[in-house]
Design a protein around this ligand. Structure first.
Ligand code: AMP
Length: 450
């Protein structure tokens, strides 16, 4: 395997290279070290890597390096199984491209209103990232022209097939030029993936990064718990760890609600994420975990892939995953990109090495409270709101310091702003009369649990 130890020796353009050091990407991750040189040579690559390995930057840098910004045609197409992953991939590509002016990236995802996507597509895009059904629909309606696509990426290809997207993927591929580069990433390599690769790729190079070797370090523990004691055991784990943020995985939506309800009653800061929730509530739950205004997210596996959460210190398998790959994927939410993480699994069997609940050492005191609080503004990109407007108003008018502000998440129609827990009174006082581009600010109501 290639032993590339820095990005500098790669044929990447100066704006891309400079931006990498700005992003703090000083060394390539193993998948980048192995795959990027091949991708930049124009080869088809069949890569085995999990989310958290840095694979997005591996293909993202490849497609950006090959892009001609002066031609507003769709030159790269990235297909993802679920919207959350597509959005995470789009965000990472935008970060990687921020030194290249005028790159247009559009996301085309199912479950989102079609009109704004159509409007964006009419304006043109260099890069399209999305889910298969919606991409195929745009091609069918001739809203997406794909004759200039030179790079096709299939991300989490195993999941694309598991979710039954083979037909849509083939429909999309049929519309693409034959002379293209095809990059296929998958966490697992069942026969179906090899067959798909044979259909889509030309002499692909396989790149396998040992999936058991996470790029960060995860310490994983099992705790014995009888079924009826699981909530109590969970509480002991959380009270031992006192995490500022954590993900708890449950098997079912009802399980999510029950666990979240119980933790809420105990005074933990908690939100849920499962498939039955409205998209807006799912997005808000993720925003609040990422901006640290909620500490614990209780989620089903539906929501597990594609979460882009940095330095999450703790993952708890409240219910076991029914598949080892899913287990790995859940645990992969922690210890990402070189950071340390810890995972606990509640198990119903005693065995050597399995802790008993009495081995846990709950700390006294009340559960940790979020470092930040979220405010909501009913105005977003469509109203030309930019983070700078908000920082400006808060510092110049509300009397806050820039450090009192956390993440600002501007979506199309609304904005979520995180403030340091403690300054909310100042913000509310300002908000009684203050406006940003005519829009009001109000505290975001409590995380939705049900
Ligand atoms: P991914 O597997 O693409 O979801 O990436 C996991 C995380 O690693 C993302 O948050 C990236 O921003 C980060 N990352 C990717 N490449 C590097 C790198 N070379 N150095 C440090 N962080 C990275």
């Amino acid at each position: 395997m290639n032993s590339l130890s820095s990005f500098d020796s790669l044929p990447l353009s100066p704006p891309l290279l400079e931006n990498l050091s700005g992003l703090g990407y000083h060394e390539p991750t193993p998948i980048q070290a192995a795959a990027l040189p091949l991708i930049l040579e124009g080869k088809d690559v069949l890569g085995q890597a999990k989310t958290g390995s840095g694979k997005t930057a591996a293909f993202g840098l490849g497609l950006l390096q090959g892009l001609n910004p002066d031609v507003l045609e769709t030159q790269a197409l990235v297909i993802c199984p679920v919207r959350e992953l597509a959005e995470q991939v789009a965000a990472e590509i935008r970060r990687l491209a921020r030194n290249i002016p005028n790159i247009k990236l559009v996301t085309l995802c199912g479950g989102m209103p079609g009109r704004p996507q159509e409007v964006s597509m009419r304006a043109g895009a260099h890069i399209v990232v999305g889910t298969p059904g919606r991409i195929a629909k745009h091609i069918r309606k001739e809203l997406l022209q794909v004759s200039a696509v030179r790079t096709l990426v299939l991300d989490e290809a195993d999941r694309l097939l598991d979710m039954g997207f083979a037909e849509e993927v083939m429909e999309i591929v049929k519309a693409l030029p034959r002379n293209r580069q095809t990059l296929l990433f998958s966490a697992t390599f069942p026969e179906e993936i090899r067959t798909l690769s044979r259909k889509l790729q030309k002499n692909p190079e396989s790149v396998i990064v040992d999936t058991t070797l996470a790029p960060g370090i995860v310490e994983e523990r099992e705790v014995y718990s009888k079924a009826q004691d699981k909530l109590r055991t969970l509480s002991r784990i959380l009270r031992q760890e006192m995490p500022e943020s954590a993900l708890v995985f449950c098997a079912t939506r009802q399980g999510c609600r029950d666990v979240a309800g119980a933790l809420n009653t105990e005074g933990f800061s908690v939100a849920t994420l499962h498939g039955e929730m409205e998209q807006r509530d799912r997005t808000d739950a993720l925003i609040r975990l990422a901006n640290r205004s909620v500490c614990i997210l209780v989620a089903t596996d539906v929501a597990a892939r594609g979460l882009d959460i940095e330095d999450l210190p703790l993952v708890i398998h409240f219910d076991p995953a029914n598949d080892p790959e899913i287990h790995l994927h859940r645990t992969g939410r922690t210890g990402r990109a070189g950071r340390k993480g810890r995972a606990y699994a509640l198990v119903e069997r005693r065995a050597p090495g399995v802790l008993s609940p009495e081995d846990l050492k709950p700390r006294p005191g009340s559960p940790p409270q979020p470092a930040m609080v979220s405010f909501l503004m009913n105005g977003g990109k469509k109203d030309k709101i930019r983070p700078g407007d908000i920082v400006g108003a808060m510092v110049n008018e509300a009397g806050l310091n820039a450090e009192d502000l956390g993440k600002i998440h501007v979506s199309d129609t609304y904005t979520v702003i995180a403030f340091r827990n403690g300054v909310q009174r100042k913000v509310q006082k300002w908000a009684a009369a203050g406006r940003i581009k005519g829009k009001r600010l109000s505290p975001m109501t409590g995380p939705s649990l049900f």
